[in-house]
Design a protein around this ligand. Structure first.
Ligand code: FAD
Ligand code: NAI
Length: 471
């Protein structure tokens, strides 16, 4: 047991925690980070964003070699080497997590491995794996403990047959059939990975649509494209039971019922992915004893400066309200560090882009058309399909469209929604424009290199004024 004194102690080294630590150190604070996992980087680097993108990229190339290259005059018959693909994923994780360790050293951040508990305001106890404890005194404490998988009552996740995203990133062989519960981001990304590698994929979704919260027109078009790729959807349905196979060769029986009543159906499968959302993770922090307030969804309540109801204790990232996204957590980490240093840290929650890294990608920023209607906002919509974009045609990647939504009176861009190739890269242009309060006319009058996919954004902006050139 020893006492060490810090300006800021952060519990959790995910994108929220590690970015907050680096920014605080840059601003001259003495910073400690406490992490229970063996490596830094949190969900995102270890079992989330990074490994999923490694598999999405590799499986997309495999699918392209299988189904897309012949049309471009390249005859290949690819063979899947799943262990090598998994090694690529593991190497990607290792490279990224060791990068964080390097950044901590570079910024003179002290890292403690172990379970962090706030024993009282101004004090964190770290319990290492061997049971040894260290007490840290800290002027400020930041909770950045992230989130965990949401479970379906009565359905046990064993990470072998019934998996969460973590197990789905580690399957040792391609399942014949994967039933995915939840048509959200994880279900569609990881469902796509295993479909491309050869599995039959059935997605069961409680609502009547996929990707709730995203622009409906984009989600509807995206579902059609995924269906064309071979993913089967059962919307308005729920999984009510999973009976696990009795032997390695046996099948697992998944019972699916229509949400609004009707006959149940049983699907025999050998893999079930539960992807119905994530829940804030606060276990073991001692928040109840401290009286730290949470909302009705278990998220830590904070004010506009990320402070909880207990002075000196702050929270950021997945553990508080808002989109559970790495870049949202990062922005909050920077804003908190700057606030603690007496600066005016700020997060623009209206402009947090969202990307689904499938093929094609879905990318969105700002208001959806449904949100604008609900607000009673007078808006114009301009749409342009990739089918009419020269580069998309040259690449044989013509699925999807760009939609620009702008205020009818002021022409200010309110939302941009893309389903199409490289949408996740293209959304950056729209985000910068919107951050500066730009108009559809600004976008339309900006010279875009030819031939690029981004010309579809310019054309969609022109379409808000019914003056597209290529349609
Ligand atoms: P986390 O990254 O969850 O980090 C919290 C850390 O705190 C963990 O390392 C945990 O071990 C540690 N911890 C918890 N309690 C304690 C304790 N008491 N003591 C010590 N340490 C503790 N987001 C995107 O923006 N883009 C994507 O492409 C994307 N892909 C994803 C794919 C998957 C499969 C998943 C599951 C998520 C994905 N996300 C993605 C979401 C993203 O991972 C999270 O939004 C992000 O990691 C949240 O960051 P955080 O810092 O709040 O928490
Ligand atoms: P999600 O919230 O995106 O989707 C969950 C889906 O499951 C919803 O469509 C919901 O209606 C459905 N659902 C809920 N209960 C159900 C039930 N009992 N039966 C059938 N369907 C049910 O959650 P998901 O996909 O698990 O992802 C968790 C978080 O991780 C998200 O908040 C997301 O932001 C983040 N993430 C982000 C990624 C990205 O940015 N590319 C990639 C992966 C995850």
């Amino acid at each position: 047991m020893s006492d060490q004194v810090f300006d800021l102690t952060i519990i959790g080294s995910g994108p929220g925690g590690y970015v907050c630590a680096i920014r605080a150190a840059q601003l001259g604070m003495k910073v400690a980070v406490v992490e229970k996992r063996k490596t830094h980087g949190g969900t995102c680097l270890n079992v989330g964003c990074i490994p999923s993108k490694a598999l999405l990229h590799a499986s997309e190339l495999f699918d392209e070699a299988n189904h897309g290259m012949a049309k471009l005059g390249i005859k290949v018959k690819p063979e899947l080497d799943l262990p090598a693909m998994m090694k690529h994923k593991t190497d990607t994780i290792d490279g990224n997590v060791s990068g964080i360790e390097f950044l901590f050293k570079k910024n003179k951040i002290t890292a403690f491995h172990g379970m962090g508990k706030i024993s009282k305001a101004g004090e964190v106890t770290v319990t290492a794996d061997d049971g040894k404890t260290t007490t840290l005194k800290s002027k400020n404490i930041c909770i950045a403990t992230g989130s965990d998988v949401a479970q379906i009552p009565g359905i046990e996740i064993d990470e072998k047959t019934v998996v969460s995203s973590t197990g789905a990133l580690e399957l040792g062989k391609v399942p014949d059939h994967m039933v995915v519960v939840g048509a959200g981001v994880i279900g569609l990304e990881l469902g796509s990975v295993w479909r491309r590698l050869g599995a039959k994929v059935t997605v069961v979704e409680f609502l009547d649509r996929i990707l709730p919260g995203m622009d409906t027109e984009v989600a509807t078009q995206f579902q059609k494209i995924l269906k064309k790729q071979g993913i089967e959807f059962k919307l308005g349905s729920k999984v009510t039971g999973v009976e696990k196979a009795k032997s390695a060769k046996g099948k697992t029986k998944v019972t699916i019922e229509p949400r609004d009543g009707g006959d149940a159906e049983v699907i025999e499968t050998n893999s079930v992915l539960v992807a119905i959302g994530r829940v804030p993770f606060t276990e073991g922090l001692g928040l109840e004893d401290l009286g730290v307030a949470k909302d009705n969804r278990g998220r830590i309540s904070v004010d506009e400066k990320f402070q909880t109801n207990v002075p000196g204790i702050f929270a950021i990232g997945d553990v508080i309200e808002g989109a559970m996204l790495a870049h949202k957590a990062e922005e909050e980490g920077v804003a908190l560090a700057e606030n603690l240093a007496g600066q005016a840290g700020h997060v623009n929650y209206n402009l947090i882009p969202g990307v689904v890294y499938t093929y094609p990608e879905v990318a969105t920023v700002g208001k959806t058309e449904e949100e604008l209607k609900e607000e009673g906002r007078d808006y114009v919509s301009g749409k342009f399909p990739f089918m009419a974009n020269g580069r998309a045609k040259a690449n044989n990647q013509t699925d999807g469209f760009v939609k620009v939504l702008a205020d009818k009176k002021t022409d200010r861009v309110l939302g941009v929604h893309i389903v199409g190739p490289m949408a996740g890269e293209m959304i950056g242009e729209a985000t910068v424009l919107m951050e500066f309060g730009g108009s559809a006319e600004d976008l339309a009058r900006t010279c875009h290199a030819h031939p690029t996919l981004t010309e579809a954004i310019k054309e969609a902006a022109l379409a808000t004024d019914k003056r597209t050139i290529h349609m």
